[in-house]
Design a protein around this ligand. Structure first.
Ligand SMILES: [Cu+2]
Length: 227
């Protein structure tokens, strides 16, 4: 009974996490491997959650004794049980470590020569974007589609964090430091960069438009900004 319930509910939870779209539609090359890992993590977590919950509810109902308030006898030294609860989590953690390393490699540097470098400065409570290769400063982040972007983040006051949910990747902007973030936008469209580190009164309003355009439109925008 318990085993069947756990199996059915686990299959449902895994099916949901492997197929449902519970994150915003991806818009970067980095999003795919990150989403893949996220689905695996949620699936494993879901199965463990189902297992605990079913056993808990089963125990509460089946082993209930209304008048017995005594403590149960102390049990120890079950080798097989101890090995099981050590080895299974160990195997899960090792598999996840390997998967995580693979994802880190996947979202790393792909084409350094072609990178568009942008200096991102965060301050209370706005963003500034500088394009040193083009001599432009802008309040919006305009990016050509399918070109790797290297963001160099810093802050003028407190710690902020740069985050575009559709890109998935995220990095802190720390005063006195330069932190790097790599992203390759893959879908033309309008997005929003959010500050993802509570940074004061107007933190929630600290957004900047992120506009991904075709390379020709990006060149046009560059010309417009320089004239
Ligand atoms: Cu902030």
């Amino acid at each position: 009974m318990v085993a069947i319930t756990v199996a059915i509910l686990s299959a449902m939870v895994v099916a949901i996490f492997l197929n449902a779209n519970f994150t915003p539609a991806p818009a970067s090359a980095q999003a795919e491997p990150i989403d893949r890992l996220l689905r695996i993590l949620f699936s494993i977590g879901g199965v463990i959650f189902v297992l605990c919950l079913v056993l808990l509810i089963y125990s509460v109902i089946v082993f209930r004794h209304p008048r017995d308030t005594e403590e149960g006898p102390p049990l120890e030294g079950n080798y097989r049980l101890e090995l099981t609860w050590t080895l299974i989590p160990l195997a899960i953690v090792l598999v996840l470590a390997v998967q995580g390393a693979a994802v880190l490699k996947d979202i790393g540097r792909a084409d350094p020569k072609n990178e568009l470098e942008i200096k991102v400065t965060a301050f209370q409570w706005a963003w500034r974007f500088e394009y040193p290769q083009y001599g432009i400063t802008s309040g919006e982040l305009r990016l050509p589609v399918n070109r790797p972007v290297l963001l160099k983040l810093t802050s003028l006051d407190v710690i902020h964090a740069f985050w575009v949910p559709q890109f998935r990747v995220k990095q802190d902007a720390v005063p006195g430091m330069e932190k790097e973030l790599l992203v390759t936008p893959t879908r033309v469209g309008s997005y929003k960069a959010w500050c993802n580190q509570l940074c004061g009164l107007a933190h929630a309003a600290m957004q900047a438009p992120v506009i991904v355009v075709e390379p020709e439109d990006f060149e046009l925008w560059v010309k417009e900004q320089r004239s």
